[in-house]
Design a protein around this ligand. Structure first.
Ligand SMILES: [Zn+2]
Length: 428
């Protein structure tokens, strides 16, 4: 009988999950609401004269049904149009529930296209790797009480009808455009950031801003460990500047709770932009100085002036991963150290290390006695490469790292891969 890993988790991550994803329908101003905590993402409703507009639609038909039922508590008007802030699946997959079988306008950026790799199933791309890593990042298959958070949404949410309700957009916009949402003035704003196809929605009369995923209460996910192409850091920072310039008094993000008050909205946007610029500068300076990417990632930390802001907690994105992504996205994989022009296979390196240490027994002893869990993982990898049964030791080290980890996607990935290693031998 497999001993279950006990449920422990980072207290800040638990607090983030409890406060940012508490299931609630939040009134932003008369006639405008946000549904938080029903799905991985948030959904918004704007009431017009005879119809309502829905912004973003969740990742599943079940979550969309729950949200529509909430919206019906405050307005019985039919959904007249849907707006997608961007093409990530957790925002576009419940549309058919809101349209209720009618053909309605679905608005999006002309560049509407997910940044997920491997969209074309016939293209040569690591489809299986992306699938596996997505499952790991979101803890798919972990017990619901182990998956304490997604980082961007509650760990516990409906999974039925996942991806089943997407309607492709049928009204595309390639520039900022004033539109009428059944009597409510709105502006669609091209704002590339977490994806290149981001389109923010601004209501100038009520000063409510929907930034999509260009802001949420967590360190920005400049790189998703499931695997993403390079996200344009500079464009994201520019868009935060653009959005800050609107002077919104309510900010209703694509994940997490809305922010109220012009000063608070300005502060969260300005400091998040500063965080992105800091990672870019730290990484560029390190590369200019000839540092290794490991050393750049190991030393990146937000400046004291913004480090304590709760919304920059690394619940979703992470500064060290962002530094690696910026390095790879600007100059590519080569770090300027000619050592890395050649290649040692994993097993060749492990053999060299074992020889140096005095055999694999010495590696085992080092793994067992070190207090540095990261080092233990690395030694376990060498042992596994040598055919030694170090899977359980590696799994247990990952579980301990998960317990302390503030980042939900890292926590889920540690636990997901630990479970996989413990099951080793059982076909996937
Ligand atoms: Zn999202």
């Amino acid at each position: 009988m497999e001993k279950e890993h006990p449920i422990l988790a980072n207290q800040a991550l638990l607090h983030h999950n409890e406060t940012q994803f508490a299931k609630s329908l939040v009134k932003l101003c008369p006639g405008v609401w946000t549904a938080v905590g029903f799905a991985a993402s948030t959904q918004h409703m704007i009431e017009g004269e005879n119809t309502v507009t829905v912004i973003d639609t969740s990742e599943s038909t079940k979550a969309a049904e729950n949200v529509l039922a909430e919206f019906r508590q405050v307005s019985s008007k039919p959904v007249g149009r849907i707006i997608y802030t961007h093409s990530h699946r957790d925002h576009i997959s419940g549309a058919s529930v809101f349209s209720e079988g009618r053909e309605i306008p679905v608005l999006a950026s002309a560049g509407f296209k997910s940044d997920l790799i491997g969209q074309d199933e016939n293209a040569i791309a690591p489809h299986k790797a992306l699938g596996r890593r997505t499952q790991a990042q979101f803890g798919i298959g972990l017990a619901p009480d182990q998956r304490v958070s997604l980082g961007c949404g509650p760990g516990d949410r409906p999974m039925e009808g996942m991806g089943a309700g997407h309607i492709p957009p049928n009204r595309l916009f390639d520039r900022d455009t004033e539109i009428d949402l059944d009597g409510i003035r709105a502006r669609l704003i091209m704002a590339p950031g977490e994806t290149a196809d981001h389109m923010a929605v601004w209501l100038p009369d009520s000063q409510v801003l929907f930034p999509g995923d260009n802001w949420y209460h967590a360190f920005p996910n400049l790189y998703a460990i499931r695997g993403t192409p390079y996200r344009d850091f500079a464009a994201w920072a520019d868009s935060l500047s653009l959005l800050e310039g609107l002077g919104a008094s309510v900010l209703a993000p694509g994940h997490t709770m809305p922010v109220f008050g012009a000063d608070s909205v300005r502060e969260v946007l300005v400091t998040t932009r500063a965080a992105i610029l800091h990672v870019m500068r730290h990484t560029a300076d390190g590369m200019d100085a000839g540092l290794s990417v490991d050393d750049i990632a190991a030393t990146v930390a937000l400046p004291d002036s913004i480090a304590d802001r709760p919304w920059l907690g690394e619940f979703y994105g992470k500064a060290s991963w962002s530094a690696r992504a910026f390095a790879a996205g600007t100059l590519g994989w080569y770090d300027g150290n000619p050592t890395h022009l050649g290649t040692l296979s994993t097993v060749a390196r492990a053999r060299h290390l074992a020889h140096l240490a005095g055999g694999s027994d010495a590696l085992w002893r080092a793994a067992e006695t070190t207090d540095d869990l990261q080092w233990r993982l690395e030694i376990c990898d060498h042992l596994i490469a040598l055919g030694e049964p170090a899977e359980r030791m590696k799994a247990e080290a990952m579980e301990r790292l998960a317990d302390a980890e503030v980042n939900a996607t890292a926590r889920n990935t540690y636990l997901w891969d630990a479970a996989r290693l413990k099951r080793k031998g059982i076909p996937e």
